[in-house]
Design a protein around this ligand. Structure first.
Ligand SMILES: NC(=O)c1ccc[n+]([C@@H]2O[C@H](COP(=O)([O-])OP(=O)(O)OC[C@H]3O[C@@H](n4cnc5c(N)ncnc54)[C@H](O)[C@@H]3O)[C@@H](O)[C@H]2O)c1
Length: 450
């Protein structure tokens, strides 16, 4: 952690932290920061009843450990009904913690965030000091960039996204021991201010763009929600099936070692399944999901999460073929790297490569494919697809390449080698297999990044 800031921030060891909104997020965050630092925390709450409760030393809602945290830090916290110009006499860190409820159309209602942004802009416009605004409210991707452009342009405010992941009921424990602190900031001063704010916390710090931070929060919650809905679908099915208790089913699933973190890798092995690509294949997943879906239908059950799995998988493969056809010019064959459904096998049953080849042929594109062991089905060979055992032979004079299977030997593909072999410098990475590389001249595309 840096001990100082540059410029006007450097003379301050503690900062004025304005926490705007004292709901679960604002109150818990402000008190946890107070506990872990020496910053002065100014809570701003516009609900007069709540404000009076807080001023009288009471908690406006029950949350284990909150009152004790409040009492322990009483000296460095204060409560206000509104921001004032004096709040901005020194550089400040402002945490926006207001609600973002669902609007009638289903979108997030950002009116409270916008009204705070307008007020921050007005309060700071005559001052010479610079200020940091971190949005802790859950907001849709692009919101902070929009605040910076539409509300703070020309001001001395730099905005960033600092999503909150606490769970009500254990919010204080979560707040003091955060799984991660995400700082979505472009600007160096904002990054250092965020680090300074959370310097007493021992949580991993993740720096990313504001939009990634916003999407990270939504993805986190959506994945958890998906697990709940999926387990509920399985429970519905169990309920319609003789001699099945869903708890027993879940116990069987949870004995899979992939749910456990190993000593060498802090992520559970199942995390590798939460990694986008050009779809799954093989002899088990497609067949088993399909069979379970049919079984549910035989019981007149509609289970959209389950049905959605194969539907999404089909469209992902087609979308990948469309992407390759769009990006790779039609001045030579498209080279597909990998035919097997996963590395270290020659099994091509339901392999994404087959669906991609089919679709490219329908689009009248020429295809060559490399795989170290898998065999090309005869109908594809008859349709003019060529299979190579050597990567260089497959790449040579191809119009561009698309990686489908993560064979270890593809790690040896260097930028120079690809540029030398391919007619056009285009490489589409369907597995994010080379995502850790920096390419200068190669036009490198991977799934999940615009
Ligand atoms: N509650 C959770 O478990 C949780 C967890 C993570 C993220 N979040 C997100 O954090 C945000 C806040 O959630 P919450 O549960 O704390 O909301 P909340 O509705 O309980 O609290 C928001 C507070 O902000 C106050 N407020 C609104 N406009 C204001 C203004 N202009 N000035 C001062 N105060 C103002 C409101 O009076 C209210 O007390 C939401 O976006 C939510 O989705 C909530």
């Amino acid at each position: 952690m840096p001990a100082t800031f540059s410029g006007e921030w450097s003379s301050h060891l503690t900062y004025r932290v304005n926490v705007i909104g004292t709901g679960y997020v604002g109150l818990v965050t402000g008190l946890c920061v107070a506990q872990k630092s020496r910053h002065q925390i100014h809570f701003i709450e516009r609900d007069i009843n709540k404000l009076n409760v807080l001023k009288s030393g009471q908690m406006p809602f029950f949350e284990p450990g909150l009152e004790a945290l409040f009492k322990a830090n009483r000296k460095r916290i204060s409560f206000w009904g509104a921001l004032s110009d004096e709040d901005f006499a020194t550089p400040t860190i402002n945490l926006i913690c207001v609600g973002t409820p669902q609007s009638e159309s289903g979108t997030a209602d950002l009116s409270a965030v916008h009204s705070v942004a307008t007020e921050l802009r007005q309060r700071t416009q005559n001052g010479a000091k610079s200020h940091i605004v971190l949005v802790k409210s859950t907001v849709p991707p692009g919101t902070v960039e929009h605040l910076q452009r539409a509300f703070f342009a020309g001001s001395k405010i730099t905005a960033g996204m600092n999503p909150e992941f606490l769970r009500e009921g254990c919010a204080v424990t979560d707040g003091l021991n955060q799984d991660r602190i995400v700082l979505g900031v472009h600007d160096e001063t904002a990054w250092r201010a965020g680090r300074w704010l959370y310097r007493g916390f021992r949580s991993p710090l993740i720096r990313c763009s504001p939009t990634e931070a916003e999407m990270g929060k939504y993805t986190n919650n959506s994945l958890l929600a998906l697990l709940i809905s999926f387990s509920n679908e399985m429970a519905t099915l169990a309920q319609q099936t003789e001699d099945v208790d869903i708890r027993q089913v879940i116990d069987i699933v949870m004995h899979d070692r992939r749910w456990l973190a190993s000593a060498k890798n802090k992520n559970p092995a199942v995390a590798s399944y939460f990694w986008p690509g050009c779809g799954f294949g093989g002899s088990c997943f497609p067949k088993d999901v399909s069979a379970l879906t049919a079984f549910a239908r035989s019981r007149y059950l509609e289970l959209p999460c389950l049905e959605g799995i194969l539907k999404t998988n089909r469209s992902v493969k087609i979308a990948f073929a469309e992407l390759a056809a769009k990006q790779i010019p039609n001045n030579g064959p498209i080279c597909l790297l990998g035919l097997a459904f996963k590395p270290e096998t020659d099994d091509i049953r339901e392999s994404p490569a087959l669906a991609v080849i089919d679709h490219l042929l329908q689009l009248k594109r020429q295809v060559v494919v490399h795989d170290p062991v898998a065999e090309l089905p005869a109908p594809l060979a008859a349709a003019g697809v060529k299979l190579y055992r050597k990567v260089n032979e497959a790449l040579k004079d191809a119009a561009g390449a698309a990686l489908i299977t993560s064979w270890p030997e593809y790690r040896k593909l260097t930028e120079a080698r690809l540029l030398k072999q391919l007619k056009n410098p285009i490489f589409i990475d369907g597995r994010g297999f080379l995502a850790d590389r920096q390419f200068k001249k190669l036009n490198y595309t991977r799934i999940g990044r615009k």
